[in-house]
Design a protein around this ligand. Structure first.
Ligand code: BJW
Ligand code: ZN
Length: 243
C-alpha cells in the first residue's frame, strides 16, 4: 500500500501524483497486546460487569460510584501499559502518508498518541478527559474521578468520564463520514464489529468504492463485508501490512 523510498523521504524531483486515501478504524483488540483488556473476549469483562451495565447513561444515573470506579480503574491501569508494535506501525504510516491517513479509534486509551500518532479521531471519547454533566465543558483528567475534589470541576456541576456510552452519539461523525466517503482503502483493526455506528463503516466505505481489509484475531461479526480479512495478532499483522 505504502511505497517507501530511501530513508522514508519522497523521491526528489517528483511530485506525488497518485494519492491513496486511507481510513483505519481501531478497536480494543489493537491494545490487547499492551495489556489493556478488551470488552467481549473471555477475559474482557471488568469484575464481572457486562459492558451494558457500566457503559450507559442509565447505569451512571442509577449507580454513579460503580461506573466511576470502572473508569477510575481503567484510567489508573493506563499508566502501567505501553503502546505495542501495532500502534507504532500506524504512527509510522502517518509519518509516511500524512493527511492521507485518517485514524479513527473506538478506544479511549491514549496508546496511539503515545506511539506517535498526532491526529487520532476518538469517536468514543477519551479516558484522560472529564466532561461536566451540567455545562458540557471538558478538562484533562488523570487521577480518580470518584470523590474528586469538586473544586477541580468547572465549578457548577458533576463530572463524568468523557466517553460515549450506548445511546449517546459518537464524536466527530461528520468528519468520519467524509473520510469514509472519500477513501480508497478502509482497514479495520482489532474490533468485534458488534457496536454501531463503527460496525457499519465497512459497508459505507465499500459503497463509495473503497477496498476493505480486516485485521483481527478472529473473524469479526462483519467479516463477510470485507474484500479481504487476515486473522492473527495485531502486533504482527499491522506492522506486516504497513511494511
Ligand atoms: C484482537 C487481539 C489481538 C483481541 N490482535 N485482535 C442495532 C443496529 C444498529 C445500532 C444499534 C442497534 N441496536 C442498538 C444500537 C445502537 C448501539 C449499538 O451498537 N448497540 C449494539 C449492542 C448493537 N450503539 C450506540 O448506542 C452508539 N450510538 C449510536 O448509535 O448513536 C446513534 C447515532 C450514531 C451515529 C450518528 C447519529 C446517531 C454508541 C456506542 C457507544 C459504545 N461505547 C463503548 C464504551 C466506550 C467507553 C469505554 O471504553 O468504556 O465503546 S461500548 C464498547 O464497545 C466500547 C468499544 O469502543 C466498543 C467496541 O468494542 P471493540 O473495540 O470492538 O472491542 P471488543 O472487545 O468487542 O472486540 C475486540 C476484538 O479484538 C475481538 O474481535 C477480538 O477477537 C479482537 N482481538 N485480541 C487483534 N491481539
Ligand atoms: Zn460545568
Amino acid at each position: 500500500v505504502v511505497r517507501r523510498s530511501p530513508a522514508n523521504q519522497p523521491p526528489t524531483g517528483f511530485r506525488r501524483v497518485a494519492v491513496v486515501k486511507i481510513v483505519v478504524l481501531t478497536g480494543a483488540g489493537i491494545s490487547a497486546e499492551s495489556g489493556v483488556p478488551t470488552f467481549r473476549d473471555a477475559d474482557g469483562l471488568w469484575e464481572g460487569h457486562r459492558v451494558e451495565d457500566v457503559a450507559t447513561p442509565e447505569a451512571f444515573l442509577a449507580d454513579p460510584d460503580t461506573v466511576q470506579r470502572f473508569y477510575d480503574a481503567r484510567r489508573a491501569a493506563l499508566a502501567a501499559v505501553e503502546p505495542n508494535p501495532a500502534h507504532t506501525a500506524l504512527a509510522e504510516l502517518e509519518r509516511l502518508v500524512g493527511d492521507d491517513l485518517t485514524l479513527v479509534t473506538q478506544n479511549i486509551d491514549d496508546l496511539h498518541e503515545r506511539a506517535g500518532s498526532t491526529r487520532v479521531v476518538h469517536m468514543h471519547g477519551e479516558l484522560r478527559s472529564a466532561l461536566c454533566v451540567r455545562c458540557g465543558g471538558r478538562c484533562a483528567w488523570d487521577g480518580p474521578m470518584l470523590d474528586a475534589d469538586p473544586c477541580r470541576s468547572c465549578g457548577k456541576g458533576e463530572l463524568r468520564p468523557d466517553v460515549v456510552w450506548f445511546g449517546e452519539v459518537p464524536h466527530h461523525m461528520d468528519a468520519i463520514i467524509d473520510a469514509l466517503v472519500g477513501c480508497d482503502l478502509f482497514v479495520s483493526i482489532g474490533t468485534s464489529g458488534a457496536v454501531y455506528p463503527a460496525a457499519g463503516f465497512v459497508q459505507q466505505a465499500r459503497a463509495f468504492g473503497a477496498r476493505t481489509l480486516e485485521l483481527n484475531l478472529v473473524p469479526s461479526e462483519g467479516t463477510a463485508y470485507f474484500h479481504e480479512a487476515r486473522h492473527g495478532r495485531a502486533g504482527e499483522l499491522v506492522p506486516a501490512w504497513v511494511a
